[in-house]
Design a protein around this ligand. Structure first.
Ligand code: SF4
Ligand code: SF4
Length: 393
């Protein structure tokens, strides 16, 4: 068998789908310039892919056809040479499709290989979130504002070619800088993008991460049903619809709380969570409508309580809420439980609002993460900041 190389891209579903797909496709096309063969394909975090859901895309490259076909026979690569995380709020990892429990971001990384994170933070900061690994690896930060776009648009901010340049430096066996430059020149026809890829290549630096270095938290695992506990016959339990929400203080019944899969919690990969100011909420419903996983319970007062067992921390609700500071994403390290915020609010409103203020103040502000659809002209407003980051590198 010849040599098989693989790259894994971890991204936020839909918002970064085109970006991830372009990067893996372009790795294969660029490697083709050097006589290599390859294929790129995607995997959802869970199916179907939805806004903000953690997801993966892969490129595998080989020197000969037989090796490539043997690599393709696997469901997804078991080991990769480079892992790229396109959104640093995914640094805890993903729950890959057909997998229960958290896969840390270096889950598939071969010992000594490179993890690249697109981020404004420095490597030591990221290591507070990235779980410990038993194997040594290299960590690189590709400085940049998180690149988000929508389903049908691609935000052409050069993140794609910058990642290609970084991969060429991290592991030239997959694709060399010359092959990347040729691909961009011939297929993307942009001298400016060649410069971006080359700049990312020249500025690329790694740090060595030793075994045991990183976030010491235990990886989240589910208690799975066992064979002997399975029901007889071939039947799939139907999902109940859910029902009204009972107010924890008054006992009043109203609103709606959807039933959720008790075996599949969505919070294991979360690095930030929404905190809600129920006193300023205008009940506009936008957070509820836009949440990819129906994570909001509608309270008897028709406000919206983020169910923290179901929330993956994508930040969509904060981006769409039209009321300033009504929903704020806060670093997950601030919290020890998934208790209902609405219950706390109802029990003691003043205490809740003080807690809210203190919690938001005492946490490191998270990069303003917008998905570009909040208001017309939002992308244009973000351009100067993105250019400044790109200039400094
Ligand atoms: S509650 Fe907010 S952060 Fe959580 S999954 Fe829904 S939209 Fe995303
Ligand atoms: S988007 Fe904001 S204002 Fe609208 S219902 Fe949700 S929390 Fe309330």
């Amino acid at each position: 068998m010849g040599q098989l190389f693989a790259v894994e891209i971890i991204y936020r579903g839909v918002f970064q789908k085109t970006l991830a797909k372009n990067i893996t496709r372009d790795i294969v096309l660029a490697a083709h310039n050097e006589g290599k063969l390859g294929i790129s394909f995607g995997r959802y975090g869970d199916s179907p892919e939805r806004n903000g859901i953690p997801a993966k895309s892969f490129a595998i490259v080989a020197n000969d056809e037989q090796t490539l076909q043997e690599g393709m026979a696997q469901y997804e690569p078991k080991q990769v040479d480079v892992t790229v995380v396109l959104d640093d709020t995914l640094c805890k990892g993903t729950e890959s499709w057909a997998w229960y429990g958290l896969q840390p971001v270096h889950h598939a990384l071969k010992p000594g290989r490179t993890l690249i994170v697109v981020s404004l933070q420095d490597a030591p900061e990221l290591l507070k979130t990235i779980h410990r690994n038993e194997q040594p690896y290299k960590l690189a930060v590709l400085k940049g504002v998180t690149s988000f776009s929508g389903m049908w648009v691609f935000k052409d901010d050069h993140t794609d070619v910058r990642v290609l340049g970084a991969i060429a430096k991290a592991f030239p066996e997959i694709v060399s800088l010359q092959a990347v430059e040729r691909f961009i020149t011939e297929k993307l026809k942009s001298p400016l993008k060649v410069t971006s890829a080359k700049t990312a290549y020249d500025r690329f630096k790694t740090i060595d991460v030793k075994p045991g270095e990183g976030n010491p938290e235990e990886l989240f695992k589910f208690a799975l049903p066992e064979w002997e506990n399975m029901r007889e016959g071939v039947s799939i339990k139907g999902q109940p619809q859910g029902g009204p929400y009972k107010d924890p203080v008054t006992g009043e019944v109203g609103g709606f709380r959807p039933a959720r899969n008790e075996l599949f919690k969505k919070y294991s990969s979360r690095t930030q969570r929404p905190v809600v100011n129920f006193s300023t909420c205008t009940k506009c419903t936008l957070c509820w409508l836009n949440c990819p996983d129906a994570s909001f319970d509608v309270t008897p007062e028709n406000t919206y309580d983020a169910n923290l067992e179901a929330c993956c921390g994508c930040g969509v609700c904060e981006a769409v809420c039209p009321v300033e500071d009504c929903i704020t994403m806060v670093n997950e390290s601030q919290f020890k439980d998934n208790n209902s915020q609405y219950e706390a609010f109802k029990k003691d409103k003043d205490a809740y609002l003080k807690w809210l203020e203190k919690t938001i103040e005492s946490t490191e502000p998270i990069e303003k993460r917008s998905h570009g659809f909040r208001y017309r002209g939002q992308y244009q407003e973000q351009v100067p900041e993105a250019l400044e980051v790109a200039r400094k590198g």
